[in-house]
Design a protein around this ligand. Structure first.
Ligand SMILES: Nc1ncnc2c1ncn2[C@@H]1O[C@H](COP(=O)(O)OP(=O)(O)OP(=O)(O)O)[C@@H](O)[C@H]1O
Ligand SMILES: [Mg+2]
Length: 244
């Protein structure tokens, strides 16, 4: 049987005035899959992921998330979709004036999330343990390194136990060793939380470690999809350029 499709994007279009960004984007994410997206800066990768959770309204096309037609949702249905989709924003900003504990309890309060088995404190501790930073529970963001902040931001996306995680540049600004650790962590999270993910990255080492296949975005569409190994053997210059 075919694997369950958890995100289906069908012929998506988005322009900002005369700035045409997405020109008929198709994408399918399957249960348990880690799908990488690469493409030049400004090409529309973040716009696409924001459309998926309707932080940006597309002009045309279809988006289905775990069987829900996202573009037909009212506010409360959209809230339910957003509980199922963890979004690690580019920059991964934490609230500087809140401790790690308060940063992590924020999504629970905002969405009035209820978990039958675990109280808020247990959820916070579990997600911090998953990213290896339980000791930082009472720290302020200013006391954390860049890599630690990324891990805390990841813990914050895990707190609602999402079925899907959208990672927007999870390793940008980190050294190669820390990037590698975060990439390994993304694989561990998939096992532990049984998630599927879209991973937007410029970091081809991250793509190599953390993704099952990679799509390359160019001029508003995906020009190719393949595994890291397949794409790295391509003769086409536009593809090869990502691997040197
Ligand atoms: N809310 C907005 N209003 C107007 N234009 C926008 C908006 N959001 C994004 N854009 C434009 O859409 C284009 C694509 O932006 P996007 O952030 O998706 O790029 P990206 O591929 O994520 O780039 P990077 O790799 O640098 O993060 C850019 O030209 C950007 O200026
Ligand atoms: Mg971006």
């Amino acid at each position: 049987m075919d694997r369950e499709r958890v995100i289906v994007v069908d012929s998506l279009y988005k322009s900002f005035k005369d700035n045409h960004i997405l020109h008929g984007i198709d994408l399918t994410l399957h249960k348990g899959e880690n799908l990488g997206i690469v493409g030049k800066s400004g090409i529309g990768k973040s716009v696409l992921t924001k459309c998926i959770v309707r932080l940006i309204e597309p002009d045309a096309g279809g988006i289905e998330v775990m069987g829900t037609n996202v573009l037909a949702c009212d506010d409360s249905e959209l809230n339910e979709v957003r509980k199922k989709v963890g979004y690690l924003f580019q920059g991964g900003a934490l609230y500087d004036s809140m401790s790690v504990r308060e940063n992590l309890s924020f999504p629970i309060r905002r969405t009035q999330f209820k978990d039958k088995e675990h109280d808020t404190e247990e959820l916070i501790e579990r997600s911090l343990r998953s990213v290896g930073l339980l000791d930082s529970i009472d720290s302020m963001p200013s006391e954390l390194s860049g890599g630690m902040k990324k891990r805390i931001a990841l813990a914050r996306t895990l707190i609602l136990n999402p079925g899907i995680i959208l990672y927007d540049e999870p390793t940008t600004g980190l050294d190669a060793v820390t990037s590698g650790e975060i990439s390994e962590l993304m694989l561990k999270i998939r096992e532990e939380y049984n998630t599927a993910s879209i991973i937007i990255t410029h970091d081809m080492k991250c793509a190599k470690i953390a993704t099952d296949s990679i799509k390359i975005m160019s001029e508003g569409i995906f020009i190719v999809e393949g595994t890291y190994d397949e794409l790295s053997r391509s003769d086409e210059k536009e593809i090869r350029d990502y691997f040197i």
